[in-house]
Structures are given as structure tokens and as C-alpha cells.
Design a protein around this ligand. Structure first.
Ligand code: ADP
Ligand code: F6P
Length: 344
């Protein structure tokens, strides 16, 4: 397809907002403008697409937005969009604006939505990976992940100060419902002693007994001091609060919980997210001009790529096994190693 056949695109942000979504939107609008394409934004994701909440968006509307998290065109979740009738309604709304292609900035759910729409619409769809979870196959990093890890690391550093002062165990709960990237990244960056991540829990769920043994082992090696644990959300019944209570009440370990929650999605996006978003927003428009359809604009091994949308959720990027090994075997071993044997 040549640029002649794409005259107007739609764009929306969908699902959990991610730092850098504004930068991606800006890049889409500026790239479209550069190639002589008009852009219409649908506010509030698929909800707005169904309500035909459409606004033309031009270069001056996206000036100076890349330094802010959130999304100026709003995001939402919309259960009804999963229905066939909803996709048909969305298609009619897109056609009512003579839109040739839709750019969806979001996570795996939003990409499933784009694919669903493509089954009922003749226009082209393309995804830009925007989620703090980093759980999309086909791109090394998603837009928002770098900022979220930075925020979690910053919080862990602060927790360390007070944990160390009081010789306490802390459990810091981070986001990432089904993926441990934020947990592993922040634990590694802040030197946490333990991680409870979805991937590890699936493989071998941690027991309280094993956790207590590890805390005691680390304290035995290091003497007095803190033990900071990173817990991915939904990986412990009752979360960090309940685990902290259990450790304190049943095992007499002074322990405090700390829930980071949506703080991880706000503030100034990290440079890495602003840059990735800028590059992938432009890449998405250029892929559309090259005739691509039903793909995600991604970046892998320093190359721009077009990844089939279905691959982005059907295939999985594994956690970095070397980082896990370093965390578990070298930095915070459960078993005695050579160095500690000589100490005994
Ligand atoms: P994210 O994009 O951050 O993963 P969600 O999983 O909440 O966020 O998905 C965002 C939206 O995408 C949903 O609210 C829904 O409108 C749409 N969506 C998700 N899964 C599907 C699906 N299987 N079919 C159609 N639309 C979907
Ligand atoms: O998918 C992104 C994400 O931030 C997850 O890490 C988290 O579980 C979820 O969204 C939170 O969703 P909500 O903003 O609807 O509470």
C-alpha cells in the first residue's frame, strides 16, 4: 500500500495507562502530519470508539505532552467491546469518519481488541506497545516499563533506609498481574533479598516456611540489618499486608508491608520510555504506509520490527534467566556457598 491509500487514521489509548503513552500519541500525530495524513483521536479507548467520541487532533494539540504520564485522550476498559456487535458498531463509526487505519496504543488486551475489530472492519489496524507490565512478545521493552521500574526502585531505596535502621523485614508490593518484569527489574536494581513473581510462583509456589528459612539464612550471613522483599501483586493471598502479618504474628519477624500501586504509572516518564514511544509511534505510521496490517510496531535487538498481533499475546517473553540466577544463587543464596563456609 502506498501513502496515497491512507489519508486519515484513527488513534486511541486503551487499558491501563502507561508513562510514555502521550509521547507515543505525539509521535503518531507528528508522523501522520509529516506524511500528509489526518488524525482523528477516539477518547477513552474502545469505549469512546463505540460512543463515537472522536476529535480531530493536529500537531499543535500534541505540543509539550511527552513529559507527562497519563494520556491526554484518556484511556478506559470496555468489556462490551469483546462482543461481535460492538466490533461492528466500531467499524461503522470508523467508516463514518472515512478512517483508513486505526493505531491502538495499549497492552495485550487492547491488541486482542484490535484483532477482534479487524475481523469486522476493512480498515487496517496496528498496535503500539504501551503497558508498564512489559508482557508483550515481540518487543524488548514496552512503553512505560522503564518508568515503572524506576519508580519501584526509588521506593525500594527509600524503604531500605528505614528497614535498615530498624532491622526490619519489608514486603514491597509492585504491579504486574501476570508478569514479573517490574518485580525482577526493581529487585535487581535495588538489591532486594527476595522476589515473589508470577513466573516463579507458577513453577514452585513459595511456602512461608521456606521464606522464613531464607530470611534467617540471610540474617545469619549478614548479621543485623534489613531484608527487603519484592512481591508482585496477586501472588500471595491477601497480598503484602497479610504476608507481613503472618511473618510477624507466627514467626516473630518484625515486618512491614508497602503497596506501591498506581504510583508506578505516574510522574515524569523516564527518557527510555519517551524515546521508545517516539520511535514506535513513528514506526507504526510508517508500517501502515508500507501496507502492514494486524501487527505491532516493536523494537527487538535494536531493530524496528513488525510483529503479528496474535504473537504478542500467544507467545511469551521469558524473564531473564541469568538475572534470576544471579539474584537467587549469587546475591541471596538459600544454601551455604563456598564463601560462607569459610566464615563458619
Ligand atoms: P491492556 O490493554 O492494558 O492489557 P485490558 O486487558 O484491560 O488492558 O484490555 C483493554 C481493553 O481491550 C478491554 O477493556 C477491552 O475493551 C479490550 N479487549 C481485551 N480483550 C479483548 C478481547 N479478547 N476481545 C476484544 N476486546 C478485548
Ligand atoms: O496492565 C497494567 C496494570 O498497571 C497492571 O500492572 C495492573 O495489575 C493493572 O494495570 C491495574 O489496573 P487498574 O488501573 O484497572 O487498577
Amino acid at each position: 500500500m502506498s501513502s496515497q491509500t491512507i489519508k486519515r487514521i484513527g488513534v486511541l489509548t486503551s487499558g491501563g495507562d502507561a508513562p510514555g503513552m502521550n509521547a507515543a500519541l505525539r509521535a503518531v500525530v507528528l508522523a501522520a502530519d509529516h506524511y500528509g495524513i489526518e488524525t482523528i483521536a477516539f477518547r477513552h479507548g474502545y469505549k469512546g470508539l463505540l460512543e463515537n467520541d472522536a476529535v480531530p487532533i493536529v500537531a499543535k494539540d500534541v505540543l509539550h505532552i511527552l513529559q507527562y504520564s497519563g494520556t491526554i485522550i484518556k484511556s478506559a476498559r470496555c468489556q462490551r467491546f469483546k462482543e461481535v456487535d460492538a466490533a461492528k458498531e466500531a467499524a461503522a463509526n470508523l467508516d463514518s469518519h472515512a478512517i483508513d487505519a486505526l493505531v491502538v496504543i495499549g497492552g495485550d488486551g487492547s491488541f486482542r481488541g484490535a484483532d477482534h475489530l479487524a475481523n469486522h472492519w476493512q480498515g487496517k489496524v496496528i498496535g503500539v506497545p504501551g503497558t508498564i507490565d512489559n508482557d508483550l512478545y515481540g518487543t524488548d521493552m514496552t512503553i512505560g516499563y522503564a518508568t515503572a521500574v524506576n519508580i519501584a526502585m526509588d521506593a525500594l531505596d527509600k524503604i531500605r533506609d528505614t528497614a535498615d535502621a530498624m532491622d526490619r523485614v519489608f514486603i514491597v508490593e509492585v504491579m504486574g498481574r501476570d508478569a514479573g518484569f517490574i518485580g525482577l527489574g526493581s529487585a535487581m536494581a535495588a538489591g532486594a533479598e527476595r522476589m515473589i513473581l508470577p513466573e516463579l510462583q507458577k513453577e514452585k509456589p513459595l511456602t512461608v516456611a521456606a521464606l522464613v528459612k531464607h530470611i534467617q539464612r540471610v540474617q545469619e550471613i549478614r548479621g543485623e540489618g534489613s531484608y527487603v522483599m519484592v512481591l508482585s501483586e496477586h501472588q500471595w493471598p491477601g497480598g503484602a499486608v497479610s504476608l507481613a502479618e503472618q511473618l510477624e504474628a507466627e514467626h516473630h519477624l518484625p515486618c512491614r508491608p508497602c503497596l506501591l500501586g498506581h504510583i508506578q504509572r505516574g510522574g515524569a516518564p523516564a527518557p527510555a520510555d519517551r524515546i521508545l514511544a517516539s520511535e514506535l509511534g513513528v514506526h507504526a505510521v510508517e508500517l501502515l504506509l508500507a501496507g502492514e496490517h494486524r501487527v505491532m510496531a516493536g523494537k527487538r535487538a535494536n531493530e524496528r520490527v513488525a510483529v503479528p498481533l496474535t504473537d504478542t499475546w500467544q507467545k511469551k517473553n521469558p524473564l531473564d534467566q541469568n538475572l534470576l540466577r544471579i539474584q537467587h544463587e549469587i546475591f541471596n543464596p538459600v544454601k551455604k556457598n563456598r564463601r560462607t563456609k569459610t566464615d563458619n
